[in-house]
Ligand binder design. Structure first.
Ligand SMILES: [Fe+2]
Length: 348
């Protein structure tokens, strides 16, 4: 499986996932061949890229931790401000994540869509809830955290789209307007009887930093409620991943390193240390170089052993770097990310 940008797509390639337009209309179902027409449409839509099957796909762990229908339902509920539905889907997402064996979030589980606040919000909900599971929160708290994460940027509805979508650098005045979105979101949910106060505080305080340099209150450390501290980490992580999908700036390892580098300043160290157990360093589909000099493809990741995935050598031998006793001395010394332009891709 490789992630291929529209400029490198070719008719006959097979998409791993269903493709939807911004209105949620399915353009192509998963496991179907791309046609020249679909590729042209994706290029016109400025679609970021697609996961495409290659010769390793049959061996790779391609399970999704959240099905596309639930994801689309959640995006629609946020778009239509159907808060009851958001809460219902928070329960579904939480149960779905609790039901996954080997819970780990791969890049392929995060939807990439340029400037789509609601798709981002669902990613953040998945990430924050996964972090909450790692921290041992009970089911009620996980659902409440998931709701808060889904709604964390709801206040952006109250910000002028010209400012939100402005390409390039914001002026200080524009930045100040955008920074109002947590308070706007809090106020939007204030009179909603089904939204709890802890959910609202997650919305209001998700841009507070551990060292007190965040906004809107500038509070610090444990004065920042737990949900807000978790959502802050999940929000920044997804933003870095999105940046990687579009601008070739951060790879998965660098996204995790950014979180670690900002422990104690932006983030609560305890939360980051827990969170990174569930984030892939070498996502499924990454080509790696082993310390033995052999090339291999990453097939599967497991929580808490993300530096030592299951890999397949070029002769199709499978090595489980976390569990096989005779692989203890083997390390990953280089990697070529799953994100490629597609020139070297073996066509299906
Ligand atoms: Fe935000």
């Amino acid at each position: 499986m490789k992630y291929v940008k529209p400029s490198a797509l070719k008719p006959g390639m097979i998409s791993l996932k269903s493709i939807f337009d911004k209105r949620g209309v399915c353009l192509l179902a998963a496991n179907h061949e791309l046609t020249a027409g679909i590729i042209k449409q994706l290029q016109i839509m400025d679609f970021p890229g697609l996961y495409i099957y290659d010769e390793y796909a049959e061996y790779e762990d391609l399970r999704e931790i959240l099905d596309e229908k639930t994801r689309m339902d959640a995006v629609n509920a946020l778009q239509t401000m159907n808060i009851d539905r958001v809460m219902y889907l928070s329960t579904e997402i939480t149960e779905s994540l609790l039901g996954v064996d080997e819970l780990v979030i791969d890049f392929k589980d995060l939807k990439f869509y340029h400037n789509d606040t609601f798709a981002h919000s669902v990613n953040v909900a998945m990430l924050a809830t996964t972090c909450g599971i790692g921290l041992g929160l009970n089911n009620y708290d996980l659902q409440e955290l998931c709701t808060s994460a889904m709604l964390h940027d709801i206040g952006k509805r109250g910000i002028n789209k010209d400012i939100l979508d402005k390409p390039g650098k914001l002026t200080p005045e524009e930045r100040a307007i955008i920074n109002q979105h947590p308070a706007i979101g809090y106020n939007m949910m204030y009179d909603n009887p089904v939204v709890t106060s802890r959910t609202r505080m997650g919305i209001l305080l998700h841009h507070e930093n551990w060292d007190g340099t965040g906004y809107p209150r500038g509070i610090k450390e444990d004065h920042i409620p737990l949900y807000a501290r978790i959502i802050h980490v999940a929000d920044v992580y997804d933003a870095l991943c999105q940046k990687r999908a579009y601008k070739d700036d951060y790879d998965p390892k660098e996204c995790v390193e950014y979180l670690m580098a900002n422990c104690g300043s932006m983030f609560d160290t305890r939360i980051v240390e827990n969170f990174i157990h569930y984030l892939t360093i070498y996502p499924v589909g990454t080509d790696v170089m082993l310390s033995t000099g052999q090339k291999a493809r990453v097939l599967k990741n497991r929580a808490k052993t993300v530096l030592r995935p299951v890999v397949m050598l070029e002769d199709k031998t499978v090595l489980d770097l976390a569990k096989d006793r005779d692989t203890y001395n083997i390390t990953i010394v280089g990697y070529d990310q799953v994100f490629i332009e597609g020139e070297n891709l073996t066509e299906p």
